[in-house]
Design a protein around this ligand. Structure first.
Ligand code: MF3
Ligand code: CO
Length: 290
């Protein structure tokens, strides 16, 4: 990579001089790299204009999930959730990111009970009293992506399943508390995995979070089972999702043979997931979508 002089324009396309923009940042990352830490590539460091675009996209994503939260109820089909998401997203000027993404047929993922993620909305799936369901929304606005998901408890959910839903949310909160510049993604993973284990649960290894912004899924892959102090260094301007899948039983999973998407727990036990999209800032984090 060409070394920029301080009065040249910065590589982040902010329009600012390198010396007033990412020069100190690059020095800092160099130190980590020399010690063989994994550092973020420039392509995933967002400038202020891009972040603004992602905030606008996130506003729609949050509004759509709020809308689902108001209307979800026992007796409705997951197809109806899909319609709500499509209508609300497009009414606000956005595009549902899952629709036609690598062949995904719907606007949202709805994963119920023993489904871990990537459940496909269907007329045949009717929400019943006692179900727990993850609704995973993602939006594109002006080319900028946002992504977050929430759990919903339908009617009277057993204490046992309510606990799983609660602990899965706590895992995200504890992971988030570890987000700070020059920390490691492994710090986030460690906090999540320890809390899951302490409650007798497991964390899915084969599916994880991801960078996001100009694309739906950018580098890095965000694992929640790596060690503290390992994994990519978190740097200001990085945006990624925290979305651990917490299983009541085994962490092993399998993919639906027929549709190629839906992921289930291997032992048919329950799974819960919350997802937030987080920006690493100069002094901590900003939650963009939740
Ligand atoms: N929202 C999911 C995620 O968190 C993406 C699912 S891809 C889809 O990464 F095609 F299934 F929507
Ligand atoms: Co995601």
């Amino acid at each position: 990579m060409k070394k920029l002089k301080r009065d040249e324009l910065c590589w982040c396309k902010s329009g600012k001089h390198y010396g007033d923009c990412h020069m100190a940042f690059d020095k800092k990352l160099d130190v980590f790299q020399k010690k063989f830490h994994k550092v973020p590539p420039r392509s995933i460091i967002k400038n202020e204009e891009q972040l603004q675009g992602m905030r606008e996209s996130s506003k729609i994503n949050v509004a759509v999930l709020d809308y689902v939260a108001e209307h979800i109820h026992a007796g409705m089909t997951t197809e109806e959730i899909d319609q709500m998401v499509y209508e609300k997203t497009t009414a606000m000027g956005g595009i549902p990111a899952p629709l036609n993404y690598e062949g995904f047929p719907k606007s949202v993922c709805t994963s119920i009970n023993n489904e871990v993620c990537h459940g496909i909305p269907s007329n045949d799936i009717i929400l019943a009293d006692g179900d727990i369901i993850n609704v995973d929304c993602s939006t594109i606005l002006n080319g900028y992506f946002s992504d977050s998901s929430r759990m919903f408890c339908i009617g009277n959910v057993s204490e046992e399943n309510q606990k799983l839903v609660r602990v899965a949310k706590e895992c995200v909160e504890l992971g988030l508390a570890q987000v700070k510049p020059w920390g490691h993604l492994g710090d986030v993973a460690h906090a999540i995995n320890e809390h899951a284990k302490a409650n007798g649960y497991t964390v899915v290894r084969d599916v994880g979070g991801h960078g996001i912004g100009l694309e739906f899924h950018e580098t890095p892959f965000v694992s929640y089972v790596i060690k503290k102090g390992t994994g990519m260094v978190m740097a200001p301007g990085m945006v990624f999702t925290i979305e651990p899948m917490i299983n009541a039983g085994t962490c092993e999973i399998y993919v639906d043979d027929d549709n190629g998407w839906t992921i289930y727990t291997d032992d048919d036990k329950m799974s819960a997931q919350w997802e937030i999209m987080v920006l690493v800032t100069e002094d901590g984090y900003e939650v963009m979508s939740w």
